[in-house]
Design a protein around this ligand. Structure first.
Ligand SMILES: [Ca+2]
Ligand SMILES: [Ca+2]
Ligand SMILES: [Ca+2]
Length: 340
């Protein structure tokens, strides 16, 4: 057998995204632009043009908090024990290495197995926990409302960078509400133009702590800090982050041992607006299976390994509120302990 044929047989799987299943961005300043969605292309087709077939073929913006994309490969991604399994590329850049900051817009990564075997991502989703897991708010619902046909822009004399301070209203199940602002840099429609409905609701969204800071208190120099690990569009490309399927947890936060996954969802995980920079939105530029030819285990759920049985599964929900002098602390390996 010649070496070219041999190499082709060995590299049976593409390490890059093969298919986009859903593209559901929230409204935002890059909507209808990154990517452009021009008929007859559907939103999913437009996203696929940007994401399929290469390590970083293009770029899509997921819009504000809750917006998401679902994609998969031409094979299941195997959970190799003790190793990161895939990468998700974004467009975060480092501006200050010493201070660990740049343009991080962290997105939460979810994984799913095609347990009903229909080839579609309509099965249970598992969040991959990252470094902010203990400080995240889960199971949130956020609704964005389309501006009315007779909407008049509301200007703010203190915010000259805005053309509309009350552009798209939102309400969240945590009792908060607010506006997406329209800025001078991006004058196009921020509402997904292919959605005719009067509102868009995202359910079961995980909110990460804000990572943006008004560094001088004057609103002229916003900076965003990188989280330690575990999020998309968080670390710069010079420091590509791998995601380990072993960090999957179920809806109650309990670890789930998955031998492989078929679908990946990336969802904007911060709900913050940073002055003239506008709202934070996770961008996705592609993804890569780090071991595309790893053999697929026979059953979907694996027996727990020693690592799974490490004391990271203590479920503190349902316990009385922590009293004074006690605090929750999460160790580097995701261990939850109570510090008195
Ligand atoms: Ca792994
Ligand atoms: Ca399915
Ligand atoms: Ca970004």
């Amino acid at each position: 057998m010649n070496t070219i044929l041999m190499a082709a047989l060995l590299a049976a799987h593409s390490p890059y995204i093969a298919r986009v299943y859903e593209f559901c961005p929230a409204p935002g300043q890059f909507l209808n632009d990154v990517p452009e969605v021009v008929a007859p292309l559907s939103p999913v087709d437009a996203a696929a043009e940007q994401l399929v077939g290469d390590a970083r073929p293009g770029l899509i913006s997921l819009g504000a908090f809750g917006g998401y994309v679902v994609f998969g490969f031409d094979h299941p991604v195997v959970n190799v024990v003790g190793e990161a399994d895939f990468r998700v590329y974004g467009n975060a850049v480092m501006t200050n290495e010493a201070q660990h900051l740049g343009s991080a817009e962290p997105g939460v990564v979810w994984v799913s197995q095609d347990t009903n075997g229909n080839g579609l991502p309509d099965d249970e989703w598992f969040e991959l926990e990252g470094s902010e897991a203990e400080n995240a708010s889960r199971h949130l619902t956020i609704t964005y409302f389309r501006p009315s046909a007779d909407h008049q822009p509301v200007t703010d004399s203190k915010k000259s960078y805005l053309v509309d301070a009350e552009y798209i209203a939102w309400e969240c199940s945590d009792g908060t509400s607010g506006w997406l602002e329209k800025n001078r840099e991006h004058s196009q429609n921020y509402w997904p133009e292919w959605i005719d409905a009067e509102s868009i609701t995202f359910e079961n969204v995980t909110r990460l702590p804000d990572n943006g800071v008004d560094s001088n208190g004057k609103g002229t120099n916003y900076i965003t800090y990188f989280y330690d690990w575990g999020y998309a569009d968080n670390k710069p490309l010079t420091d590509p982050e791998g995601f380990d399927i072993s960090h999957a947890v179920d809806a109650e936060g309990r670890p789930v041992a998955l031998t492989h996954i078929d679908f990946i969802k990336v969802q904007t995980g911060v709900r913050q607006t940073l002055g003239w920079l506008g709202e934070s939105s996770t961008e996705v530029a592609g993804a890569e299976d780090l071991h595309p030819d790893a053999p697929l285990p026979e059953s979907g759920l694996s027996l727990p390994t020693a690592d799974d049985l490490a004391p990271r599964a203590i479920d503190l929900r349902g316990l009385p509120a922590l009293s004074e002098g006690r605090a929750l602390k999460r160790g580097a390996r995701g261990t939850t302990i109570i510090v008195r």
